[in-house]
Ligand binder design. Structure first.
Ligand SMILES: Nc1nc2c(ncn2[C@@H]2O[C@H](COP(=O)(O)OP(=O)(O)OP(=O)(O)O)[C@@H](O)[C@H]2O)c(=O)[nH]1
Ligand SMILES: [Mg+2]
Ligand SMILES: [Zn+2]
Length: 307
C-alpha cells in the first residue's frame, strides 16, 4: 500500500492511504532509506510504502520511502553534521516574516531561500502583521520586498489578524502543496487556520519581554484546503542552519549570482577577493544587493554547513 505522510511526531506518522483513509504508522527495523544524514528519516509530504501491522490492529508499518522530488532541510539543532527534514515533495515554500514581534532578519530570509533554491522550489516571502506597521516600517518592507522581487522571489504583505491580503495568498497556493515556515510567533498557524475551513489550531503568543514566539506548534502537519490544495504548517524555527552545501555550490543557490555564471575571470571564483569577479562588479554597480552578498559571505564563513 502507498500513502502520503500528513503528520510526523517522530515515532508515529499519520498517513493518508490511496483509499482516502488515514492510518497511524510506525517504522520498524531498517528501511531502504535515502543516504541522507538526517535525525528524522520521514518527513511530512513523503510518499511511503506500508503494510498493515497485524499485531496492532488499525496501524501500519512504513517499509519504504519513495524517491522525493525535493525536500527542505535545516541543520539539526542537536546533532553535528546532521540535517532535520522540514517537509518533502512541495510545490512552493512560503516564509512568513515579520519586521518585529518577532523580528525576521535578512540573514534568516537568505538562508531559507538558499535552502529552497537548492531544489529550485518556488518561494514566496509573506510579510505578516501589517496592522502593526508604522509608515517607516512600510517603507522598510517596500525596500526589502524590492530586493527579493528583483531575484524572482515574490512577496506579499498581509495581516492575518485583520484578514487583509489573504486573497492573493489563496491564489498562490491553489492546486499546490505549500510549505509554511518561519520563526515562532510570525503567525503561521493563524494563517493556516484562515486558509482551512473549520480548522482551529492552537495559536500562541509573542512574549512581550523578548518579542519572540513561544513555539506553540510542535509538529509539522499537512492540511487540505481542498483535494488538490494542501498546506504544511510547521513549528517555528529559531536558527536556520544550512547543511550539506559545499563552498563551491553556494553561489549557485543565489539566483543573481547564478545569472553571472561563467562571467568571472576564474571559473572556480568564490567571489570574495578574486580579480575580475563579475559578482563583485555587480555589487559595485548595484545590480546585486549588498545585504544578499553579505549573507553569502557569512554562509561561506560558516563551515558547519558542510557534511
Ligand atoms: N498583530 C497581529 N498579530 C498576529 C497576526 N497574525 C498572527 N498574530 C498573532 O501572533 C501570535 C502568534 O501566532 P501563531 O499563529 O501562533 O504563530 P506561529 O507562527 O504559528 O508560531 P509557532 O507555532 O510558535 O511557530 C498570536 O498571538 C497571533 O494572534 C497579525 O496579522 N497581526
Ligand atoms: Mg504555529
Ligand atoms: Zn566571482
Amino acid at each position: 500500500m502507498k500513502g502520503l505522510v500528513y503528520k510526523s511526531t517522530g515515532s508515529w506518522y499519520n498517513v493518508k492511504l490511496e483509499s482516502g483513509e488515514f492510518i497511524e504508522c510506525r517504522t520498524r527495523g531498517k528501511m531502504k532509506l535515502a543516504k541522507l544524514k538526517v535525525t528524522n528519516p520521514i518527513a511530512v509530504g513523503d510518499v511511503v510504502e506500508l503494510e498493515l501491522d497485524e499485531s496492532h490492529k488499525g496501524t501500519g508499518i512504513i517499509k519504504n520511502i519513495t524517491p522525493r522530488t525535493n525536500y527542505v532541510m535545516r541543520k539539526s539543532v542537536h546533532k553535528a553534521k546532521q540535517g532535520s527534514l522540514i517537509a518533502a515533495n512541495i510545490n512552493r515554500a512560503i516564509l512568513i516574516a515579520t519586521l518585529h514581534h518577532p523580528k525576521t532578519s535578512l540573514g534568516f530570509i537568505d538562508r531559507f531561500l538558499v535552502t529552497t533554491d537548492s531544489f529550485r522550489i518556488p518561494s514566496t516571502i509573506v510579510f505578516n502583521k501589517s496592522d502593526l506597521l508604522t509608515k517607516e516600517d512600510l517603507g522598510a518592507i517596500n525596500y526589502i520586498s524590492s530586493i527579493y522581487e528583483a531575484i524572482g522571489v515574490n512577496t506579499l504583505l498581509i495581516s492575518a489578524l485583520k484578514n487583509e491580503g489573504l486573497d492573493k495568498l489563496k491564489q498562490l497556493i491553489n492546486n499546490q502543496t505549500t510549505l509554511i515556515s518561519g520563526h515562532s510567533g510570525t503567525g503561521k498557524s493563524t494563517i493556516t487556520n484562515l486558509l482551512i475551513p473549520n480548522l482551529k489550531q492552537k495559536v500562541g503568543e509573542v512574549s512581550e519581554s523578548v518579542k519572540k514566539g513561544v513555539h506553540t506548534t510542535t509538529f509539522a502537519q499537512m492540511f487540505e484546503v481542498d483535494e488538490s490544495t494542501k498546506i504544511i504548517d510547521t513549528p517555528g524555527i529559531k536558527e536556520l542552519g544550512l547543511i550539506g552545501i559545499e563552498d563551491a555550490e553556494l553561489s549557485d543557490y543565489f539566483p543573481e549570482m547564478r545569472n553571472l555564471l561563467g562571467e568571472c575571470k576564474y571559473n572556480n571564483c568564490m567571489h570574495t577577493h578574486e580579480p575580475n569577479c563579475a559578482v563583485i562588479a555587480a555589487i559595485e554597480n548595484e545590480k546585486i544587493a549588498e545585504s544578499r552578498y553579505l549573507s553569502y559571505l557569512s554562509m561561506l564563513e560558516n563551515e558547519d554547513r558542510r557534511w
